[in-house]
Ligand binder design. Sequence first.
Ligand code: CTP
Length: 445
Amino acid sequence: MTRVITYGTFDLFHEGHYRLLQRAKELGDYLIVGVTTEAYDKARGKLNVVDSLVTRIENVRKTGFADEIVIEETQGQKINDIRKFHIDIFVIGSDWTGAFDYVKDYCDVVYLERTKNISSTMLREKNSPIQRVGIIGTGRIAERFIPEAKLVSGISTQGVYNPHTKSAERFADKWEINFYKDLEAFYQASDVVYIASPHETHYQYIKTSLEHQKHVLCEKPMVLQKKQAEELFECARERKLILLEGIKTAYCPGFHKLLGIACSGIIGNIRNVEACFTKLEAQVSRELTDKKYGGSFTELGSYVMLPIFKIFGKEYNSLQFDSIRDEKGLDLFTRTTLSYPSGVATATCGLGVKSEGRLLIAGTKGYIVAEAPWWKTTYFEVHYENAEKIEKYSEIFLGDGLRYEISDFLSMINGSNSSEFKLTRGESVAMAEIMEKYLRKEGRG
Ligand code: CTP
């Protein structure tokens, strides 16, 4: 009996997939088809897969060609499968020619000619036309956005707006995109807007963008007042638009895994969360010179509040801020303490004081610790009373990580709501409320 194996994502199942499976089956007596998991696709940079794993498996099954379907979860799995299933022939489309020659040590490798003029990518683009992104703001984060957006299919950065025309022109030159002096022209050329301007300008830009019927991804902190956040989300809802706060940690696969484990019960009931993020900034930086909206809490507070809201929720009993300020009155270091019915939490951030920058989640049976930079989580440990028992978890985090939030934003625009739980509207509103309370307490509100 000749045993054949092939692999693929099989997203938006099409004729090319069908013909590939048909010919693969004809090469032998028994065909095994490996279908990639969502996590594996994300890890290898294939973002924006539309169909769920269950749907993709079902579509492969329905062809009747597969005698067995397996799940492909990791890099390096193919060799193990080939040995485990005693495979004689490894089959893949000609777009991969040469890429799997290393498998020849274990079985025959056949590259089948790819069916012309059809691919999942083409169908994705046809079903959901490319979204043209316009960027407002030209700071450091906007610089990071462009290369990350290039990795997400279905989206293309077309232009930039900044009232300081010189900056916009320089930025546009560097990234070979358009720049606009006029906001109306900018909106006309954009389907979605990414806002990376100074914090205090977010509200007005979001409002105007929504009024121009544009989906919005806005850098954190989205707005600095609860009422503003509520009003903007309501406006987005009425207009059937997506409005998303860009706290990249919320969309990062490793952070997700960590929250899943924290909430699984293995560390018991969670009683304490401590999140710390510090980043020393130059005295002359915007963050330490803007007397009204600068300082560590407005800059980093969203990151450190996030795990606390994710674990304990938005309904805290009490809230207290303690800051160390510079001579201008800006906070160089802020510790926020929240108490909840079932536990306590501290969120610490600093631009002028360096600390270890750790995330610690303590429960009645054990604790989870992720060291800096936990906000780009790649590794964390679970510890117990028995100090010798340590469970270690790792997860991939590629590049600057903005690709994950951009990809989730795009899926939401295209009608999927499977990522909405990662950062809910209610959580963004609660963050805005905390920002508001902080600025008011500092006499800057
Ligand atoms: N395939 C094919 N002909 C096509 C498209 C895909 O023979 N027109 C083959 C691929 O070479 C691979 C298998 O089908 O062996 C699964 O491919 P997959 O990557 O899932 O499909 P694509 O349409 O290539 O997906 P994408 O556009 O997302 O890369």
